[in-house]
Design a protein around this ligand. Structure first.
Ligand code: GRF
Length: 203
Protein backbone atom coordinates (compact mmCIF):
# COMPACT_ATOMS: atom_id res chain seq x y z
CA UNK A 1 0.00 0.00 0.00
CA UNK A 2 0.99 3.59 -0.61
CA UNK A 3 1.23 5.69 2.55
CA UNK A 4 1.35 9.48 2.88
CA UNK A 5 2.34 10.87 6.28
CA UNK A 6 1.41 14.37 7.48
CA UNK A 7 3.58 15.98 10.15
CA UNK A 8 4.23 19.28 11.88
CA UNK A 9 7.25 18.52 14.01
CA UNK A 10 10.05 16.16 14.91
CA UNK A 11 8.52 13.15 13.22
CA UNK A 12 9.59 10.35 15.53
CA UNK A 13 6.38 8.48 14.66
CA UNK A 14 7.13 9.07 10.97
CA UNK A 15 10.56 7.56 11.60
CA UNK A 16 9.06 4.52 13.29
CA UNK A 17 6.82 3.94 10.27
CA UNK A 18 9.69 4.48 7.81
CA UNK A 19 11.80 1.98 9.76
CA UNK A 20 8.99 -0.57 9.77
CA UNK A 21 8.50 -0.15 6.01
CA UNK A 22 12.17 -0.93 5.50
CA UNK A 23 11.67 -4.50 6.64
CA UNK A 24 11.14 -6.77 3.65
CA UNK A 25 7.83 -8.24 4.77
CA UNK A 26 6.12 -4.94 5.59
CA UNK A 27 3.14 -4.45 3.23
CA UNK A 28 3.42 -0.68 2.84
CA UNK A 29 5.65 2.10 1.61
CA UNK A 30 5.82 5.76 2.61
CA UNK A 31 5.55 7.54 -0.74
CA UNK A 32 5.23 11.10 0.52
CA UNK A 33 5.61 13.30 3.59
CA UNK A 34 3.93 16.70 3.92
CA UNK A 35 4.44 19.23 6.70
CA UNK A 36 2.49 22.40 7.39
CA UNK A 37 5.63 23.76 9.07
CA UNK A 38 8.59 24.53 6.84
CA UNK A 39 11.16 23.79 9.56
CA UNK A 40 9.75 20.47 10.77
CA UNK A 41 12.58 18.04 11.46
CA UNK A 42 10.45 15.25 10.04
CA UNK A 43 11.10 16.69 6.56
CA UNK A 44 14.81 16.02 7.11
CA UNK A 45 13.97 12.46 8.12
CA UNK A 46 12.08 12.03 4.83
CA UNK A 47 14.98 13.52 2.90
CA UNK A 48 17.41 11.13 4.57
CA UNK A 49 15.17 8.19 3.74
CA UNK A 50 14.88 9.31 0.10
CA UNK A 51 11.15 9.88 0.40
CA UNK A 52 9.39 12.64 -1.54
CA UNK A 53 8.51 15.45 0.85
CA UNK A 54 7.25 18.99 0.88
CA UNK A 55 6.20 21.80 3.16
CA UNK A 56 2.78 23.26 2.54
CA UNK A 57 2.47 26.17 4.91
CA UNK A 58 -0.98 27.10 6.10
CA UNK A 59 0.22 30.70 6.42
CA UNK A 60 -0.23 31.50 2.76
CA UNK A 61 -3.93 30.58 2.80
CA UNK A 62 -6.83 32.78 3.83
CA UNK A 63 -9.06 30.07 5.17
CA UNK A 64 -8.91 26.58 6.60
CA UNK A 65 -11.09 25.41 3.70
CA UNK A 66 -8.65 26.75 1.11
CA UNK A 67 -5.68 25.21 2.87
CA UNK A 68 -7.30 21.81 3.17
CA UNK A 69 -8.24 21.81 -0.53
CA UNK A 70 -4.60 22.53 -1.41
CA UNK A 71 -3.54 19.84 1.02
CA UNK A 72 -5.84 17.31 -0.65
CA UNK A 73 -4.29 18.20 -4.02
CA UNK A 74 -0.78 17.78 -2.62
CA UNK A 75 -1.58 14.47 -0.97
CA UNK A 76 -3.40 13.01 -3.97
CA UNK A 77 -0.39 13.63 -6.18
CA UNK A 78 1.13 10.66 -4.35
CA UNK A 79 -1.99 8.52 -4.95
CA UNK A 80 -2.02 7.13 -1.42
CA UNK A 81 -4.11 4.26 -0.12
CA UNK A 82 -3.63 5.44 3.45
CA UNK A 83 -3.08 8.87 5.00
CA UNK A 84 -1.36 8.89 8.38
CA UNK A 85 -1.43 11.90 10.71
CA UNK A 86 1.73 11.80 12.82
CA UNK A 87 1.88 14.89 14.97
CA UNK A 88 0.04 16.97 12.37
CA UNK A 89 -1.12 19.86 14.52
CA UNK A 90 -4.04 21.12 12.46
CA UNK A 91 -7.77 20.79 12.82
CA UNK A 92 -9.11 19.34 9.59
CA UNK A 93 -12.22 20.49 7.73
CA UNK A 94 -15.16 18.12 7.20
CA UNK A 95 -14.42 18.15 3.45
CA UNK A 96 -10.90 16.88 4.10
CA UNK A 97 -12.06 14.19 6.50
CA UNK A 98 -14.78 13.01 4.09
CA UNK A 99 -12.29 12.79 1.24
CA UNK A 100 -10.16 10.24 3.12
CA UNK A 101 -12.78 8.67 5.37
CA UNK A 102 -11.81 5.13 6.36
CA UNK A 103 -8.21 5.52 5.21
CA UNK A 104 -7.21 8.37 7.52
CA UNK A 105 -5.73 7.64 10.97
CA UNK A 106 -4.30 9.71 13.81
CA UNK A 107 -2.28 9.07 16.94
CA UNK A 108 -3.30 10.88 20.09
CA UNK A 109 -1.28 10.81 23.31
CA UNK A 110 -4.01 9.84 25.78
CA UNK A 111 -6.28 6.96 26.57
CA UNK A 112 -9.22 8.29 24.54
CA UNK A 113 -11.92 9.29 25.25
CA UNK A 114 -9.93 10.88 28.07
CA UNK A 115 -8.00 14.08 27.36
CA UNK A 116 -8.90 15.07 23.85
CA UNK A 117 -7.00 18.15 22.71
CA UNK A 118 -3.65 19.46 23.96
CA UNK A 119 -1.36 19.08 27.01
CA UNK A 120 -2.54 15.56 27.66
CA UNK A 121 0.43 14.46 29.76
CA UNK A 122 0.19 17.34 32.22
CA UNK A 123 -3.56 16.94 32.45
CA UNK A 124 -3.25 13.25 33.32
CA UNK A 125 -0.69 14.09 36.02
CA UNK A 126 -2.79 16.94 37.42
CA UNK A 127 -5.82 14.66 37.61
CA UNK A 128 -3.86 12.23 39.76
CA UNK A 129 -4.28 9.39 37.25
CA UNK A 130 -2.25 6.26 37.84
CA UNK A 131 -2.10 5.36 34.18
CA UNK A 132 -1.93 7.14 30.88
CA UNK A 133 -1.21 6.15 27.31
CA UNK A 134 -1.79 6.59 23.64
CA UNK A 135 -4.55 5.84 21.14
CA UNK A 136 -4.55 5.28 17.40
CA UNK A 137 -7.94 6.05 15.89
CA UNK A 138 -9.72 6.55 12.61
CA UNK A 139 -10.31 10.23 11.92
CA UNK A 140 -13.89 11.43 11.74
CA UNK A 141 -15.28 14.94 11.82
CA UNK A 142 -15.21 15.01 15.62
CA UNK A 143 -11.76 16.14 16.83
CA UNK A 144 -9.93 13.23 18.53
CA UNK A 145 -13.32 11.51 18.52
CA UNK A 146 -13.14 8.84 15.81
CA UNK A 147 -13.26 5.11 16.59
CA UNK A 148 -10.27 3.87 18.57
CA UNK A 149 -8.25 1.08 16.94
CA UNK A 150 -5.50 0.36 19.44
CA UNK A 151 -4.27 1.79 22.73
CA UNK A 152 -1.15 1.27 24.81
CA UNK A 153 -1.01 2.06 28.52
CA UNK A 154 1.89 3.28 30.65
CA UNK A 155 2.07 3.85 34.41
CA UNK A 156 2.28 7.34 35.87
CA UNK A 157 4.88 7.37 38.65
CA UNK A 158 4.88 9.68 41.64
CA UNK A 159 6.74 12.91 40.81
CA UNK A 160 6.69 12.25 37.06
CA UNK A 161 7.17 15.39 35.01
CA UNK A 162 5.10 15.86 31.86
CA UNK A 163 8.30 15.35 29.83
CA UNK A 164 9.15 12.08 31.55
CA UNK A 165 5.64 10.82 31.03
CA UNK A 166 5.62 11.96 27.41
CA UNK A 167 8.84 10.03 26.77
CA UNK A 168 7.28 6.88 28.24
CA UNK A 169 4.21 7.35 26.03
CA UNK A 170 6.32 8.05 22.94
CA UNK A 171 8.04 4.68 23.24
CA UNK A 172 4.64 3.03 23.00
CA UNK A 173 3.57 5.26 20.10
CA UNK A 174 6.49 3.98 18.06
CA UNK A 175 5.36 0.41 18.64
CA UNK A 176 1.65 0.68 18.02
CA UNK A 177 1.53 3.09 15.08
CA UNK A 178 3.54 0.94 12.63
CA UNK A 179 1.43 -2.03 13.72
CA UNK A 180 -1.89 -0.32 12.99
CA UNK A 181 -0.61 0.98 9.66
CA UNK A 182 0.42 -2.58 8.80
CA UNK A 183 -3.11 -3.85 9.51
CA UNK A 184 -4.53 -1.11 7.27
CA UNK A 185 -2.11 -2.04 4.48
CA UNK A 186 -3.14 -5.67 4.79
CA UNK A 187 -6.80 -4.73 4.51
CA UNK A 188 -7.54 -6.40 7.85
CA UNK A 189 -8.66 -3.14 9.41
CA UNK A 190 -11.51 -1.01 8.09
CA UNK A 191 -13.98 1.57 9.33
CA UNK A 192 -17.64 0.64 8.92
CA UNK A 193 -20.52 2.79 10.17
CA UNK A 194 -18.01 4.84 12.22
CA UNK A 195 -16.72 1.72 13.94
CA UNK A 196 -13.30 0.13 13.67
CA UNK A 197 -13.52 -3.43 12.32
CA UNK A 198 -10.60 -5.86 12.50
CA UNK A 199 -10.80 -9.24 10.74
CA UNK A 200 -14.59 -8.87 10.69
CA UNK A 201 -14.88 -8.07 14.40
CA UNK A 202 -15.91 -4.68 15.73
CA UNK A 203 -13.22 -3.33 18.04
C1 GRF B 1 3.01 12.57 19.41
O1 GRF B 1 3.02 12.72 20.80
C2 GRF B 1 1.65 12.23 18.94
O2 GRF B 1 0.95 11.41 19.81
C3 GRF B 1 0.99 13.57 18.84
O3 GRF B 1 2.01 14.41 18.36
C4 GRF B 1 3.27 13.89 18.73
C5 GRF B 1 4.11 13.74 17.49
O4 GRF B 1 5.43 13.40 17.80
N1 GRF B 1 -0.18 13.52 18.03
P1 GRF B 1 6.45 13.08 16.64
O5 GRF B 1 6.51 14.28 15.73
O6 GRF B 1 5.98 11.85 15.93
O7 GRF B 1 7.77 12.86 17.33
Amino acid sequence: SRIVVLISGSGTNLQAIIDACNSAEYPGEVVGVISNKVDAYGLTRAEQANIAHQALSHKSFDSREDYDLALIDAIDTYQPDIVVLAGFMRILTPAFVQHYLGRLVNIHPSLLPKYQGLNTHQRAIDAGDEEHGVSVHFVTEELDGGPVILQAKVPIFKNDSADELAARVHEQEHKIYPLVVKWLCEGRLTMQHEQAVMDGNTL
